[in-house]
Design a protein around this ligand. Sequence first.
Ligand SMILES: [Zn+2]
Length: 78
Amino acid sequence: MPELTDAELDQLIDAIGLRRSRRGSQLKPIAHGTYKGARQHYYRKEPLCEPCRQAQNTYQNEQYRRRKQAKGWGGDAR
Ligand SMILES: [Zn+2]
């Protein structure tokens, strides 16, 4: 059996679950109350919490307004 490098050893240890991998690469805490946080909720297939939902609404309104301005739509189209 060839000698393992540290990286390979790490992988192996993770693979067999010897170490709880808490190296932050997988589940970061959700940034609640931001659009990013909302995306994180979606990503985890869980319902948005209130602050995240509002942040998303705000973000989307913002995008909508910006798009409207960019295209030069004058009036309220709805
Ligand atoms: Zn949230």
